[in-house]
Write a protein that binds this ligand. Structure first.
Ligand SMILES: Cc1cc2nc3c(=O)[nH]c(=O)nc-3n(C[C@H](O)[C@H](O)[C@H](O)COP(=O)(O)O)c2cc1C
Ligand SMILES: C=C(O[C@@H]1CC(C(=O)O)=C[C@@H](OP(=O)(O)O)[C@H]1O)C(=O)O
Length: 387
């Protein structure tokens, strides 16, 4: 891997940290751009009380000087403002007062398997790290990768295509410009009518003490053909994207292009025929493959979807067992979101940006941004790529 990152931090601990390694020197980063992505992740109808407490902003403590990357690891931090309400319960150091343990694992969370695996008696020792609060750190990392990709002519966007039973109409072709107002929609949906129905569905679910999942779609434009490779299982870009999307909390499925729909079609309706013209070079009339063939980009826009399960913490808790007494009990009742598909889409963008930035650096290398750009231009020239 050309890019590596690791995050650390608990949901109600002092904050989140990400170390990102592999970004070349000379890349300009703007704090407002990273913060904008962090703020976008906090939005969306269906969020709980926590988002009223947090104001996610990045702090950079390494790898950056006067707004340009040094080629050394970047250290990115996002504070948990809620920590001040949890200081006793989440202090990294021993505290005077006794802190009550949580013994009621929630179905659908990491609680029970994490407790067994790590030998804890307090479910909080698992749930704090399993929480998707961690995705704030990923979005900061993704914003850096997105800045790099922009220098290479690549743009990444997302939108919500389903919440609960409501599905949006999605045009076959979408351009970057079509996404301009997407963050103004309360559910980050491009189809206004479906968006309103999604809001109503979330309100209904919340009133009924229910939660909802759904599907988001990430698209990327400006990719050169040949990122990733067909030669080995772990170099295939489709697999790497699937892993990145699946690593987001509550994701249960990934679709590339027409994916599950294509499985039910005949071959002649499943692929993207190849054409060539003097002015465009190679082109396709359809993009059923979502921009990937043989584990490589083919030059068409990338289309990846993620399917999210309904959030597992419920305000009318599911049945569980007290891990100390082994008596039947109701699962822990924590403050919770009721639907976070819009936020998950922003995290999906970040993860796709990481995978694409990694694929560019793997293929074109370079310690300085100019080296990377130079290698990319040489490649485009060799393959006669005109876009
Ligand atoms: C942005 C985001 C916010 C989330 N918020 C909640 C939440 O408030 N309540 C909840 O039960 N699950 C929430 N989740 C999902 C859980 O973190 C996730 O289901 C859990 O960690 C178990 O992991 P798994 O679903 O991948 O198996 C959220 C997920 C994301 C991506
Ligand atoms: C904190 C975030 O999401 C959290 C993810 C989460 C979970 O179980 O995943 C549970 C909730 O935590 P809390 O109990 O503190 O409200 C969400 O708010 C965030 O997205 O920044």
């Amino acid at each position: 891997m050309a890019i590596r990152f690791v995050t650390a931090g608990e949901s109600h601990g002092p904050g989140l940290t990400a170390i990102l390694e592999g970004i070349p020197a000379g890349l300009e980063l703007r704090r407002e751009e990273i913060d904008r992505d962090l703020a976008r992740r906090q939005l969306g109808h269906g969020r709980g009380g926590r988002m009223k407490i947090e104001r996610d902003q990045v702090r950079v403590s390494a790898g950056l000087r006067h707004g340009r990357t040094l080629g050394s690891p970047l250290a990115l931090h996002v504070d948990n403002l809620d920590y001040r309400n949890w200081e006793e319960r989440m202090n990294p150091w021993p505290v005077e007062t006794a802190v009550e343990e949580v013994h009621l694992p929630r179905p659908g969370h990491a609680d029970l398997p994490g407790l067994l695996k790590y030998g804890h008696s307090d479910v909080r020792n698992v749930l704090e790290r399993a929480s998707a609060r961690e995705t704030a750190a990923r979005v900061a990392v993704g914003a850096v990768c997105r800045a790099l990709l922009r220098e290479l002519g690549v743009e990444v966007r997302s939108h919500v295509v389903q919440i609960g039973s409501v599905r949006a109409a999605v045009p076959e072709e979408l351009a970057v410009e079509d996404f301009e107002g997407v963050d103004e929609s309360p559910v980050r949906c491009l189809d206004e009518e479906a968006g309103a129905a999604m809001v109503a569905e979330i309100d209904r679910a919340r009133k009924a003490n229910e939660s909802l999942g759904g599907v988001f779609e990430v698209r990327a434009w400006g990719l050169v053909p040949g990122l990733g490779s067909h030669v080995s299982w772990d170099s295939r870009l489709d697999g790497r994207l699937a892993q990145a999307i699946m690593s987001i909390q509550a994701m249960k499925g990934v679709a590339i292009g027409d994916a599950f729909d294509v499985a039910g079609r005949v071959g002649s309706q499943a692929h993207d025929e190849i054409f060539w013209s003097q002015e465009r070079g190679y082109w396709r009339a359809t993009n059923r493959a979502g921009g990937l063939e043989g584990g490589m980009t083919n030059g068409e826009p990338l289309i990846v979807r993620g399917a999210m399960k309904p959030l597992p913490t419920l305000t009318r808790p599911l049945r569980s067992v007290d891990v100390v007494t082994k008596e039947p009990a109701q699962a822990l009742r924590e403050r919770t979101d009721s639907c976070t598909v819009p936020a998950a889409g922003v995290v999906g963008e970040a993860m796709v940006a990481v995978v694409l930035a990694d694929a560019y650096l793997e293929k074109f290398g370079g310690d300085h941004l100019d080296d990377l750009r130079g290698a990319l231009e040489a490649y485009k020239k060799r393959i006669g790529w005109r876009r």
